[in-house]
Design a protein around this ligand. Structure first.
Ligand code: DQA
Length: 139
């Protein structure tokens, strides 16, 4: 199984962001742990960008992958462009958030990725990512 792990804006700043929502690990720590937990036959590709267009282009160039684990960061709530790129993807999309976006500000309740995602793991800090991986490896 070939899996993309995509992170949107400000997720490169994990470790420095509000610990209450995002925990203490860096994105590098989380990605390392995802690698550790992956099955031998799982191929992972990691990508993070603060730029909407770069996220769109990355998705467009990797449509042959089997699954995407995505934390769109703030673009989750704003980006029709990212939604439309993900709509081209025929594999499984798993949405992830460190915090519980449903229990925060109202503007975080708008979610353009949700209609395309098979499932969403949220509110469990870094464990949201690990649960997404384990979901994919058990389906
Ligand atoms: C986030 C939640 C978003 O609302 C926020 O803009 C982020 C991170 C999360 O993982 O909890 O940057 O996607």
């Amino acid at each position: 199984m070939k899996i993309l792990v995509i992170n949107g804006p400000n997720l490169n700043m994990l470790g420095k962001r509000d610990k209450k929502y995002y925990g203490t690990l860096t994105l590098n720590d989380i990605n390392k742990e995802i690698k550790n937990r992956a099955n031998k036959n799982t191929k992972l590709k990691f990508f993070q960008s603060n730029e909407e267009g770069k996220l769109v282009t990355f998705v467009q160039k990797h449509l042959n992958y089997d699954a995407i684990i995505i934390n769109g960061g703030a673009y989750t709530h704003t980006s029709i462009a990212l939604h439309d790129a993900l709509e081209l993807f025929k594999g499984i999309i798993v949405e992830v958030h460190l915090s519980n976006i449903l229990e925060r500000e109202d503007y975080r309740k708008i979610d353009y990725i949700k209609p395309l995602a098979k499932i969403c793991f949220m509110g469990k800090k870094e464990n949201s990512y690990y649960e997404a991986l384990s979901y994919l490896q058990n389906t």
